[in-house]
Ligand binder design. Structure first.
Ligand SMILES: [Zn+2]
Length: 344
């Protein structure tokens, strides 16, 4: 019944749901996108092909914006335990969303505002992008560094009332991005999550009743660590690539173990292949500015770790493999390849 109801919603909603579980209900042309080959990013159509404000991007050459520092992000409901949440493998990513019970939800809404955002944005879902090895996997790059995992927390502008209505509006969406680096110890947040992964190894299966997690688990510690971020105007990173996203990518990272990354890599996509390398290549800025909320000239920012180092010694990076990942974008492939060489 729920699926039928969604079928009656707008097309835009369907595009967003390609983050979600219902792609089988779309026409072939709409569903046939992937991260490799003929249906891969270099052949995505419409805005993905012609847009001038696309995401992701390499975060560098930033401009300090003092208003971003003076008005930090305000998080509401981020510390609350997630109630009525569900974890879905949709064949493109792993997604955590909140079930709304037709206006009967008792869950406290999670919202963000401030931080230079033009309004209040309501949390809709979060999802992940990751690599086959820990040399790459993130969508954004920070100072030309890639990371094994990036989480996106997707919010819609409250004034539009729903994700579907907001998705194509210039001020419709606000997405928070957090990078992960590798550490030896497990991240306890993912210990809760990866236990559920086995239930959703194949697409379309839903694991429910995630409790004990809060949205704060997926951003750097609130307060000092969330005040430092990159800000730019961009797009969804999956078709239709609407240029409706105000991006906030945190400068500080979280951490995860190689063993926990293996749980992501053990998922399968809709073609029976391992669900890995679900990231879009970085896109040209076309004159856009990358603003930052932190005022220092330390572009050699000390992360407290070297993001290039992977603790998985069995991980090897094959040059052809990387070039395939990046399709026609040989520059990107070259950079990643050089990076993987430097890290060995
Ligand atoms: Zn994403």
């Amino acid at each position: 019944m729920r699926q039928l109801k969604i079928w009656n919603d707008s097309t835009i909603f369907f595009v967003l749901l390609c983050f979600a579980t219902f792609c089988n209900y779309l026409t072939e042309a709409e569903t046939q996108w992937s991260y490799t080959g003929e249906t891969g990013p270099s052949n995505w159509g419409e805005m993905c092909a012609v847009g001038q404000a696309q995401s992701p991007v390499n975060l560098e050459n930033q401009v300090y914006e003092k208003n971003l520092k003076a008005n930090p992000l305000v998080f509401k409901g981020y510390d609350e335990k997630l109630m009525n949440s569900e974890l879905t493998n949709n064949g493109h990513t792993l997604k955590l969303s909140l079930k709304s019970e037709e206006g009967n939800s008792t869950a406290i809404p999670a919202e963000i505002s401030g931080g230079g955002l033009n309004g209040t944005y309501h949390f809709a879902q979060l999802h992940f992008h990751w690599g086959q090895t820990s040399n790459y996997g993130s969508e954004h790059w920070m100072y030309s560094e890639t990371f094994p995992l990036e989480v996106h927390l997707v919010h819609y502008n409250k004034k539009y009332g729903s994700l579907a209505k907001a998705a194509a509006k210039p001020d419709g969406l606000a997405v928070l991005g957090t990078f992960y680096h590798i550490q030896k110890e497990d991240n306890s947040v993912f210990s809760d999550l990866t236990n559920k992964f086995q239930q959703i190894q194949e697409p379309q299966e839903i694991s429910e009743n995630l409790s004990g997690l809060s949205l704060a688990s997926f951003i750097p510690p609130m307060g000092s660590k969330t005040t430092e971020f990159f800000r730019y105007e961009g797009s969804l990173t999956t078709p239709g690539c609407y240029e409706s996203v105000t991006w906030t990518v945190f400068r500080h990272c979280l951490a995860i173990s190689e063993e926990q990354m293996s749980s992501f890599r053990a998922l399968y996509d809709g073609q029976g292949q391992p669900l890995v390398n679900n990231f879009r290549p970085v896109q040209p800025l076309h004159g856009r500015s990358i603003l930052v909320s932190f005022d220092d000239n330390d572009v050699e920012f000390n992360y407290g770790f070297d993001p290039r180092i992977t603790l998985d010694e069995s991980a090897t990076t094959d040059k052809n493999e990387v070039e395939n990942l990046y399709g026609d974008e040989k520059d990107g492939a070259k950079k990643i390849w050089q990076k993987s060489q430097n890290s060995q």
